[in-house]
Design a protein around this ligand. Sequence first.
Ligand code: NAP
Length: 400
Amino acid sequence: MPEKISLTDGVLDVPAEPIIPFIEGDGTGVDIWPAARLVIDATVAKRYGGKRRIEWLEVLAGQKAFDETGDWLPQATVDTFREYLIGIKGPLTTPIGGGIRSLNVALRQILDLYVCLRPVRYFAGVPSPVKRPELVDMVIFRENTEDIYAGLEVEEGTPSAKKLIGLLKDNFGWEIKPDSGIGIKPVSQSGSKRLIRAALTYATERGRKSVTLVHKGNIMKFTEGAFRNWGYELTRDEFADVAVGWDDCDGNPGDKILVKDAIADITLQQVLTRPDEFDVIATLNLNGDYLSDALAAQVGGIGIAPGGNINYVTGHGIFEATHGTAPKYAGQDKVNPGSLLLSGVMMLEHLGWQEAADDIVAALEATIADKIVTYDFARLMDGATEVKTSEFASAIVDRL
Ligand code: NAP
């Protein structure tokens, strides 16, 4: 019987037939969602011999919601995600000129999904612009609620901007050009520590070797620099039995997880030149945005980059394709469903259905190894067979 997922003592309680809300997504959502769902359902059925099954529950958001209800993000959708804890979504159109800046950002803020989790790994055979893409195996924990994404901005020339500029001059003696727009960058101790705590817990549970705190603390000492310091403090206060900071062990962690830090700009170089030195990465919102897209490019681009937005305390999590709606391809059964499918893999892992997650990854790898791929990979590979979105999904199911 289909049942809700619940949270008991901080641990997800997943029934054999969990009810999982999904947003199909706009644009190419109509192509990639059915493909991803086909593979997920076939895998779960085969792996668990019919003893487990996902009961999908459609909720509306984006263009489809607006057309049907006049609301881009209906309250009922938010309420459903709140109630059922775990969900999955395709890409959503960002309404232009509407009250909501981005539906994705709105969902993250309403449900306080403070971790943006982006695993980045290489699948053999995927076309890549770098020489050794197989060395890339990183998991990025990007803070998802603070930093300059908090939306605290005033526009140049407005009364609010003038007022703020005056206030900063009068109270802090800060001279700011009168024709400036201003954004505020809040970075809290509690917000930073809960993100780094999630990264360290993940590293511990998954047997990862290191956690790198990526920051620009050399310039922004009290926000980014503080993030770094709070990370080391947390390591000492809460993870001393399993992890150790660089300075506390001179870079020799023994069998513990090594917690180190790196400046954001040099990190963007080093993930290219020495990717094997990075494992789990914990970073602030803007750095994480840049880093996760740059890394995704190394291993095949946004067509196969998955993501999850998670609050480990309340148990809420929404897994999602990281690319947009690619409207020029909508309804053509053409684009790569890999990003949404691998988001489904992350979701299965999060639910503890690891065997099913591993099966999908193995079947996806076998399909790519057979050079059966969608247009985005086909144009970069020699001797590939280009297939439609739905055919790619069927090919994966054939290889389960
Ligand atoms: P986009 O939809 O991500 O598309 C940009 C390009 O990425 C596409 O033209 C295509 O490249 C490639 N691409 C995207 N999805 C792909 C897939 N499944 N398989 C293979 N290639 C794929 O970005 P956009 O055109 O800037 O944004 C369109 C809309 O999406 C906007 O309304 C934007 O706000 C929204 N958006 C939503 C999300 C989200 O919901 N998470 C994220 C980003 C943007 P080629 O042209 O080279 O084939």
